[in-house]
Design a binder for this molecule. Sequence first.
Ligand code: SAH
Length: 227
Amino acid sequence: MFYDVSREDEYLFKGKRKRLVEQLRSKGIKNDQVLAAIEKVPRHLFFDNTTARPALLDHAYSDKALPIGAGQTISHPYTVAFQTEQLELRSGEKVLEIGTGCGYQTAVLIEMGVKVYSVERQKTLFDKTKIFLPHIGYTSAKLVYGDGYKGLPQFAPFDKIIVTAGAPYIPNDLLEQLKVGGIMLIPIGEGVSQEMIWLKKNSSTGFDKKTLGSFKFVPLLQNKSGS
Ligand code: SAH
């Protein structure tokens, strides 16, 4: 089902990742730990490798969103790097990710030294990623099949929350599950692009909020999908 990691992650891909990191640096990503994480995670292994694999591999380290199956996409490397940087992560923190997808962002977060709890609503993607991430060595994430609008109350509160699909509004459950002092990154908007919202919880009801530019995400959909 999956490809041999050691043979696949050869010299060629390491070189391509170095170039991607330089590109991200020139686009404004400054956090060395984030750049080191991107340099480490073998992005070319995360695609839907049952279809169009050779063509996709060519693009694995260009700054593009690409298909991962079930009609979903892996986020642009810049978007992943940007959201990760803005979370201001510290080793050991508890991070909730909404929208596991192929697990690429999850792997980058794990490389940042945090404990990841990630929710995916598409059963097929969830099943695939739950096998795939440990297969390539990322065993520490808690992956849950569920509806991200509800968060994960059983594991709350979280130091940080990252939403990787475009939401029509900020779900209340997520605000409640964020620790005081915690940061959430969430793209908001139902059109072709979304505004990246950064918010910090100051008290149980008070928030600082900033808008950090336009990004493109697939929509955050309501409820679980059975397939
Ligand atoms: N972080 C992912 C991005 C995948 S795209 C990556 O690195 O690949 C966004 C993902 O959010 C899709 O897999 C989609 O199925 C999922 N999603 C959409 N609505 C959701 C919801 N309500 N709860 C959980 N996941 C959701």
